[in-house]
Design a protein around this ligand. Structure first.
Ligand SMILES: [Zn+2]
Length: 189
């Protein structure tokens, strides 16, 4: 996206429309002798504008208004040379799928809030963990089935138990997206 000087008048710092409204207001507050604290938010530019008004300097709009990130950098910009500045966008992590959720560990920010690193779990490790987790779940179910004597279960009960187990395996396959050929057979009578 463009830097603040890319499209400013005479290559000066360009404000957004909202910032400019605030700047003009700060200047007028200074002229009228209102307390600076009556303004909010109060950035460095607002403070300078307020002071200028207070001591009757003329209003300095610098590069003017109209700054937007939705524009390309200016190749002729004397500040960034057309490179612009980088805008980091973090996708909404609440919308990550189960697989991505396993991999995403967070973001490491620098002292000034800049993104240093997107932390990801090792993908192979995450897959292994998933497989292990669901493998254990299947094992437990098999133990439960094992304890129950199939011969003492009614046909319906046995069919139900197998259906539950199959659902569990289907879940596992959906999540891990691994092609595992797990098959269940009814114990021979
Ligand atoms: Zn620029």
């Amino acid at each position: 996206m463009p830097c603040r000087y890319c499209w400013g008048i005479n290559g000066q710092y360009q404000f957004t429309n909202t910032e400019m409204d605030r700047l003009v207001k700060a200047y007028e507050y200074g002229r009228a002798g209102h307390p600076f604290n009556a303004l909010w938010p109060r950035g460095a530019a607002d403070s300078a504008s307020y002071t200028a008004g207070k001591i009757n300097l003329s209003f300095d709009p610098q590069g003017g208004e109209g700054y937007t990130i939705n524009r390309d950098p200016n190749a002729a910009c004397s500040e960034c040379g057309g490179w612009g500045v980088t805008l980091h966008v973090i996708a909404d992590t609440r919308k990550l799928g189960p697989q991505a959720r396993q991999l995403y560990r967070g973001i490491k920010f620098g002292r000034n809030g800049e993104i240093i690193e997107v932390l990801m779990a090792d993908q192979d490790h995450a897959h292994a963990m998933l497989a292990k987790h669901f493998g254990v779940a299947v094992e437990r179910k098999q133990i439960e089935l094992g304890i129950l004597d199939p011969k003492k279960l009614s046909d319906d009960e046995l069919t139900q138990a197998i259906a539950e187990l199959e659902m569990l395996i289907e879940e596992q396959q959906q999540i891990s997206q691994q092609t595992m050929s797990l098959r269940l057979t009814r114990p021979a009578e």
